[in-house]
Design a protein around this ligand. Structure first.
Ligand code: GLC
Ligand code: CA
Length: 541
């Protein structure tokens, strides 16, 4: 057996599946495991070798499965535990790993632990959660309103960092830590290859701070969970809003905590918060990426590369032009992120240029965060209603949660598998679906496949060092040029944002060969770049 090398994780290309919206295998309007299995050859062909599966566990689904009521069973909407076992084996047959979501900070209020805990103060499960006689903090929960909820039976308040239906577990209680360790073991025994750890930094909290996450006590807890010898080879990625120090401590090779974390700084560009838009500056994204590339190199960290997930509107809709230049934006961002050093994550639909829909009213939205915000605004009236709807269309999590449009066939919900779906189909599904994209001269998925195949073939891209070449100069240059190198080998990547401009590249025809562009009209070894052009060169001598 080959010796374990942590850097092998850099060979992963992860695809995120949001099960409710991926593919409906039995026509009831909800995506399911059978549907997922029917798409595995597609994923293999795309060049993916790992899947991150958002929660399929039993859940009343106030937060679509991030409120787990049984960590050891599958929700009937998605199938059975046997279906899950089959999924794991079908994935493994194709050389694809399974990274399952692990929700450690909170359970559903319908979990048997909480149902017991709220009955009385001396119930054996009471101490599994966080109770106080009076709220000791002014914390607001992430979905709006107070983070403390009164429970009549015990005359106390419990903490919920998220929805009322998602009570926070008490990680100070060794029994909770033991329970969660055994959940991890349960899934490892079933054959999963890793965990995406939901809001993991929330398991450490301190009443003296104004936020509910990030207390250093989390390190010991994470170490207890994953720092065990037999787990060193599994892949763990944490959703953590950590600063540089935390990240070094969570992901340091010597720490026994996590393989890596998602670093979300680039998601903050072009907005004040989820709902409010700010002017977008491409160079801000570029500078953030550059900064974290250097930081990761200096600290020996593995970095995650992503533009999309189930909590965000599609990136190209928020930070690009998803109308006239949808293909160009989608392919430019793919090259910009996935040719950096790190582990690519692709969110379902992104690979064929999916964009946010245009829903006319709040009735088209299901997401608890969106609904809470809208209801709050109905009372607070901080903005006129049309403005609130604009904010929802800009920022709602449902923007990327609509059922995936696989084909041009309207009758099957554009190939999703049902006409009537749990969340309306994307209003742009006729224009943006996989089948149509494949046939197009400007095919996003065509470019993704080429890009991922190139990544696979190039050790320089997977393992090489990063150096930014577009760092100097003033103002918003609107381009990102970088070099990747491994020994003598070099790759130069240039991506241009939304204007035509001249970009000086350190490449010449004698020493470099042109590898690819997203624009068939791009002339190699030319300084002229059109809007959203990408150019990749490799050193030959
Ligand atoms: C994470 C999930 C999000 C969920 C929240 C609470 O941020 O990605 O979807 O609502 O945690 O579990
Ligand atoms: Ca179904």
């Amino acid at each position: 057996m080959k010796n374990f090398d942590r850097n092998d994780f850099l060979d992963m290309v992860v695809y995120q599946i949001y099960p409710r919206s991926f593919c409906d295998g039995n026509g009831d309007g909800i995506g399911d495991i059978k549907g997922i299995i029917s798409k595995l050859d597609y994923l293999k062909d795309l060049g993916v070798n790992a899947v991150w599966l958002s929660p399929c566990y039993k859940s009343p689904k106030y937060d679509n499965g991030y409120d787990v009521s049984d960590y050891r069973d599958i929700d009937p909407d998605y199938g059975t535990l046997d279906d899950m076992k089959r999924l794991i084996s079908e994935l493994h047959k194709r050389g694809i790993k399974l990274i399952t979501d692990f929700v450690a900070n909170h359970t559903s209020s319908e979990h048997k632990w909480f149902k017991e805990a709220k009955k009385s103060k001396d119930n054996p499960y009471h101490d599994y959660y966080i109770w106080e006689k009076t709220p000791p903090t002014k914390w607001t929960c992430c979905f709006g309103g107070s983070a403390w909820e009164y429970n009549e039976e015990t005359g106390e308040y419990y903490l919920h960092s998220f929805a009322v239906q998602q009570p926070d577990l008490n990680w100070k209680n060794p029994k909770v830590r033991e329970e969660m360790r055994s959940v991890v073991d349960f899934w490892l025994d079933l054959g999963v290859d890793g965990f995406r750890c939901d809001v993991l930094d929330y398991i450490g909290k301190n009443y003296a701070t104004d936020h509910m996450h990030g207390d250093p006590s989390m390190h010991a807890y994470i170490n207890e969970l994953f720092g065990r010898d037999k787990l060193s080879r599994i892949f763990t990625v944490g959703e953590c809003q950590s600063d540089e120090k935390d990240i070094r401590e969570i992901c340091g090779e010597d720490r026994g905590e996590l393989t890596t974390v998602f670093q979300f700084e680039h998601f903050g560009v072009g907005r004040k918060d989820r709902w409010i838009k700010y002017p977008f500056a491409f160079d801000d994204v570029k500078n953030i990426l550059s900064k974290w590339q250097y930081f990761s190199a200096k600290n020996g960290l593995l970095y995650t590369l992503f533009t999309d997930n189930h909590d965000q509107p599609y990136f190209i809709s928020r930070t690009g032009n998803d109308r006239e230049y949808r293909y160009e934006c989608a392919t430019m961002y793919a090259a910009m992120f996935y040719l950096l050093k790190g582990i690519p994550f692709i969110y379902q639909g992104q690979e064929f240029g999916s964009a946010s829909p245009e829903y006319p009213s709040i009735d088209y939205y299901d997401d608890i965060e969106t609904r809470n915000y809208y209801a709050y605004q109905e009372k607070a009236k901080e903005y006129p209603r049309y403005e609130v709807m604009n904010q929802v269309r800009f920022g709602s999590r449902d923007n990327s949660r609509h059922p995936v449009a696989w084909s041009e066939d309207e009758k099957t919900g554009y190939g999703f598998g049902s006409e009537k779906t749990w969340l309306p189909l994307n209003s742009r599904a006729k224009e943006i679906n996989l089948e149509r994209d494949k046939k197009s001269e400007k095919s996003v998925i065509g470019f993704y496949k080429k890009l991922l195949a190139y990544r696979k073939s190039s050790e320089v891209i997977r393992r090489g060092d990063f150096k930014e070449l577009s760092a100097d100069g003033e103002g918003n240059k609107g381009c990102f040029v970088f070099e990747r190198s491994l020994g003598e080998k070099k790759v130069v990547v240039a991506v241009n944002f939304d204007r035509e401009q001249t970009i000086e590249l350190p490449v010449n025809e004698e020493e470099y060969k042109f590898i690819m562009s997203n624009n068939p009209a791009y002339k190699p070894f030319n300084k002229q770049f059109s809007a959203f052009d990408v150019a990749v060169y490799e050193k030959t001598k």
